[in-house]
Design a protein around this ligand. Structure first.
Ligand code: NAD
Length: 439
């Protein structure tokens, strides 16, 4: 099949590459010229495990192309995926200007029957709006389908190739047949392809992300209460996770969720509710709890140093909003850097993939520097702070850490270490929802 993907970010590039991998001819279109030139030169512009191999192979096989030219990019396309940003507007609603802007252009450019597929996360009713925007100018028949994407950054390729489920919202029999064919290679193991109406498909994506964000905020509140009551959140987590109705996954407390999806999707769903005069109270609480939780490590550090952070030096491990990605959007580490440097402290940060992205944002912050490896960041630091659970932080050389720090103090926002191990090494170790280890 001939496919165009408009928007070549985390979702668009993975979508395009994976469809090329199953034999389709894919053109990825993006307005970012630098990014497109990089891809045309065979370089992957983002970090995502396994993406590079697939990307290079499909370029070599001549199935994956890149352009900034929308008209040329969609010329032969039978289906066009829209994987464009839907950032939060001032009022929390999803900003649809990218999607509707491209829809306006497509109306003029379509030359034959085409299926336009919303892969972006968009509020209920957007497929209808996209249809109206295209129809204003279109001279040919077309269908608009909702096909929300559920991939997780850090697992994007494997999630796309082996999705838990594929959700497709359409009432068009032609679109139904073509999408079934397109996704057939990815659901061979019997993972479900759910066909539904487009409004339900749009709602499914927001319901999924908001539910997961709720699970995180709920566990963070349990962790906070564990700290106050002397319970251990790890034990509690295992105790409740064994109940199949609750499930083991997504019960880890921490310093709040970040990323480009949960924060904005929770706000957007609350906004949609508001448009229907429905007060979705849980969602407001989920966001408030998360905002508070992102301050958690900062508050712990302030308390430990009696609010005297001026002249202190902190090592910060982990900058990406989660491991195995270079994405730093809404990452808790950014707030930590802002708060500590504003209070007069120096931060030496290290992340396996995200240093460059953070450097771009904080380029004029003289109190922030970057280390080339995790241990280098520790040199003469007053404490180590951990903000992202990268695997390489999970089993470090504790004695080496102890020697390099000015004092053996760790604030762990991701509960990476067993308390008994920290006891035995003589650290002050403060994590989330567990007892504080004192040397
Ligand atoms: P992104 O910001 O990584 O990528 C968007 C791309 O679109 C950028 O490369 C940008 O240059 C390009 N773009 C902007 N305007 C354009 C235009 N007019 N024409 C062509 N290209 C244009 O975004 P993303 O993380 O891939 O997310 C895209 C959508 O998918 C969002 O709605 C998001 O909520 C949703 N989503 C994201 C994830 C995720 O994990 N990132 C998962 C599921 C769904």
């Amino acid at each position: 099949m001939n496919i165009a993907v408009v928007g070549t970010g985390y979702v668009g590039l993975v979508t395009g590459t994976c469809f090329a991998e199953t034999g389709n001819d894919v053109t990825c279109i993006d307005i970012d010229q630098t990014k497109v030139e990089k891809m045309q030169a065979g370089k992957v512009p983002i970090y995502e495990p396994d993406l590079e191999n697939l990307f290079k192979r499909n370029i070599k096989e001549g199935r994956l192309h890149f352009t900034t030219d929308l008209q040329a990019g969609i010329e032969k396309a039978e289906v066009i995926f829209l994987a464009l940003p839907t950032p939060p507007g001032e009022d929390g609603s999803a900003d649809l200007s990218y999607i509707l802007g491209v829809a306006d252009e497509l109306g003029v450019l379509l030359k034959h029957y085409t299926i336009i597929i919303d892969k972006s996360t968009v509020p209920v009713g957007t497929a209808e709006r996209v249809r109206e925007h295209i129809a204003k100018n279109a001279k040919v028949k077309f269908d608009v389908v909702s096909n929300p994407e559920f991939l997780r950054e850090g697992f994007a390729v494997s999630d796309f190739l082996k999705p838990d489920r594929v959700v497709i919202g359409t009432q068009s029999p032609t679109a139904h047949t073509i999408l079934r064919e397109l996704y057939a290679p990815f659901v061979r193991q019997g993972n479900p392809l759910f066909f539904m109406d487009e409004r339900s498909a749009e709602m499914t994506k927001y319901a999924a992300n908001s539910f997961l964000a709720t699970k995180i905020s709920f566990m963070n509140e349990i962790a906070n209460l564990c700290e106050l009551t002397g319970a251990d959140v790890d034990a509690v987590r295992l105790g409740i996770g064994a109940d199949e109705r609750i499930g083991k996954r997504f019960l880890f407390p921490g310093i709040g969720y970040g990323g480009s999806c949960f924060p904005k999707d929770v706000l957007a769903l609350a906004h949609t509710a508001g448009e229907y005069d429905y007060d979705f109270r849980i969602l407001e609480a989920v966001t408030n709890v998360n905002d508070q939780q992102k301050q958690k490590l900062i508050r712990k550090v302030r308390a430990y140093f009696n609010d005297q952070l001026e002249g202190k030096k902190f090592a910060l491990w982990g900058l990406a909003f989660k491991p195995d990605t270079d994405d730093i959007r809404e990452a808790p580490a950014l707030e930590i850097i802002r708060a500590l440097t504003l209070a007069g402290a120096e931060v030496v940060a290290y992340d396996p993939e995200a240093n460059a992205n953070v450097q771009r944002i904080f380029h004029d912050n003289k109190s922030l520097t970057f280390a080339l490896d995790a241990y280098e960041a520790l040199v003469s630091a007053d404490a180590l702070l951990i903000a992202t659970e990268w695997s390489e932080f999970r089993a470090p050389d504790f004695e080496r850490i102890k020697k390099m720090l000015r004092q053996p103090v760790i604030f762990d926002g991701r509960n990476l270490y067993e308390l008994e191990i920290m006891d035995s090494h003589g650290f002050y170790y403060n994590s989330i929802g567990r007892r504080t280890v004192e040397p």
